[in-house]
Design a protein around this ligand. Sequence first.
Ligand code: ADP
Ligand code: MG
Length: 449
Amino acid sequence: MSNTAVWKSVLGEIEIGLSQAVFQTWFKNTHISNYSEKRTEIAVANIFTKNQLEHKFKKQIIELLTKHGLETSEVIFTIDTSKLSAPSKQARPFVKEKKGTVITKPKLSTPNNTSGLNPKYTFDNYIVGSSNELAYAACLASASDPGNKYNPLFIYGGVGLGKTHLMQAVGNKVVSENPNMKILYISSESFIREFVKSIRNKKAFGDVYRTADVLIIDDIQFIGSAEKTQEEFFHTFNQLHQHNKQIIMSCDKQPKSIPGLTERLQSRFEWGMTIDIQQPDYETRCAILQAKASSSGFELPQDTTEYLAANIQTNIRELEGSLNQLIAFCEIRSLSPTLETAKALLANVRVRPKHISVRDVVTKVAKHFDIQEADIKGPKRDKSIVIPRQVAMYLLRSELHLSFPKIAKELGRKDHTTAMHSVEKIEKSLYTDNLVRQNVNEIKDILYA
Ligand code: ADP
Ligand code: MG
């Protein structure tokens, strides 16, 4: 057997144990580049793949190579960019796909049995890493056998980490495999709105939802503030669950932390499978950037990928946003994306074009923590006030670049060392305390929304 054929057999076996997305992410564009004296060299496209294969697959690869006739005691992974499959590599370092290129889209189902699905979100274009692999696996399992695996499936995690994408992927997969099933995707805000409207118009509510085969409710946390809607949803939930209809929900927190959620709903949310999505690690961030760039027809140099991944850590939406900015910037000027361009752009992003005032920060912080604005500037020392106050100081420093004396003055503190200590404390907490980090990120999202 030739080396190519051996590698094909090895890949065939590896593929069986992995999801298509994971397999594609790590094994696309790999081949055996050299073999001598039980040493097999495998060429991979980039450093991230190399790291991943070394960490997670090396042993299995050695075993399988040997099994398929290439006796191997050592595997070396080398980086070979010549095998990249970016569409227009030979023409220029990067060229966006020409207008008029036919892009095959997932087939849309008939509109009457689905609602709210966006075909752009699929399992195939979801990058899997340690931060989201459980959620991914659970969603895939639900999509393959709706109603019978994990019911309900409850996915929670911070903003921009891929919850909506995953749930939409479930809907799209179910529809493509079961064209007769009724799939409904709705945000809990719309759900509440529809419910209120139905009361106003004295119309029956719920029938639409109770006849779904798969009901997907996004950002369920908002339901906590709507008492009557909760009651309605309780009945819908029971009805669907009793008939083995799949319910999938996303949330920014675990069921027990949703303010205002009734106990009976909380316990139902926890009946099936509750899984969190965490912030992506560095390797996953790199893989996401590379995948997104190449799907737009761009090749992102390794140093640029690393720079973006190292500097945008918390949120995939932001990661995607920066990449899109870079692509747009380069496209308009017919430039290749380089580290310098990325740095310059990111510096700009950091300065943030939108003007934010001290008032904005105080208002948004107070609202987020559900306390009075006056308390942030006031004398109270309770923990429930002190932490928001420290977060406000931190944001005044990090986003508005105010001096410590100015921060102290704005927030009614006599002494600027208080501001200094508060900012330092939050800076440290960002690394050690998930909750603080999540709060700060959410407030930033709101500030720049
Ligand atoms: P959330 O609902 O958790 O706030 P989204 O699902 O809206 O986050 O994700 C934000 C953006 O990031 C979307 O454009 C989504 O496609 C993208 N994204 C998130 N996670 C991934 C991933 N693992 N692979 C590819 N794209 C992702
Ligand atoms: Mg979402």
